[in-house]
Design a binder for this molecule. Structure first.
Ligand code: ATP
Ligand code: MG
Length: 154
């Protein structure tokens, strides 16, 4: 199988957030995610991209295909060289915001995606990585396996 190239979207302003969101949604649909799941992935991408514009001014969203044993997924990485987050636990709490906003972006991404990880060094920047795996591919493989006649070694 040919590895899909990663997609990188430079985030410098609000229109870039929309581009990252659209590219992420399109890639998720290509990978077999349902329309609803693709929208959730797109929402996570916009929250991370919006934080880049709001707090770091510029950064990058990278979309990569993740290959599991019998399913595929999408990994979204948001990285910036901005001010960083001094207390990540606090930043992940519902309602915590240093900009007077709702404080629901990061906790929302954590709830929407299968895996979510943030690393940040104050003064040096922030990297957030969120991954969602496509479960229906797993289910179809599992049922195909179940229908196969049992093999016996005697
Ligand atoms: N890339 C980043 N660089 C620096 N600080 C960040 C970054 N992303 C988030 N933060 C910090 O984490 C806090 C929580 O982020 P979160 O996205 O949850 O809420 P918000 O952006 O304040 O509000 P909302 O996303 O609901 O509009 C932010 O207020 C900000 O202090
Ligand atoms: Mg936010």
């Amino acid at each position: 199988m040919v590895a899909s190239p990663e997609i990188r979207v430079a985030i410098n302003s609000d229109p870039d957030i929309v581009i990252a969101r659209q590219k992420g949604r399109a890639r998720a649909v290509e990978l077999g995610f349902s329309s609803g799941d693709a929208t959730l992935i797109a929402t996570a991408i916009s929250e991370l991209a919006r934080n880049i514009v709001a707090y770091a001014k510029k950064g990058m969203i990278t979309l990569q295909v993740v290959n599991g044993s019998n399913r595929q997924g999408i990994a979204v990485t948001a990285s910036d060289d901005g001010p960083g987050i001094p207390d990540i636990r606090q930043a992940l709490r519902d309602g915590f915001s240093t900009s007077g906003s709702l404080g629901l972006g990061l906790p929302g991404v954590r709830r929407l995606m299968d895996e979510f990880e943030i690393t940040s060094q104050p003064g040096r920047g922030t990297t957030s990585a969120a991954t969602e795996m496509e479960c229906s591919l797993l289910r179809s493989t599992a049922s195909a396996t179940a229908k196969r006649p049992p093999t016996r070694r005697e």
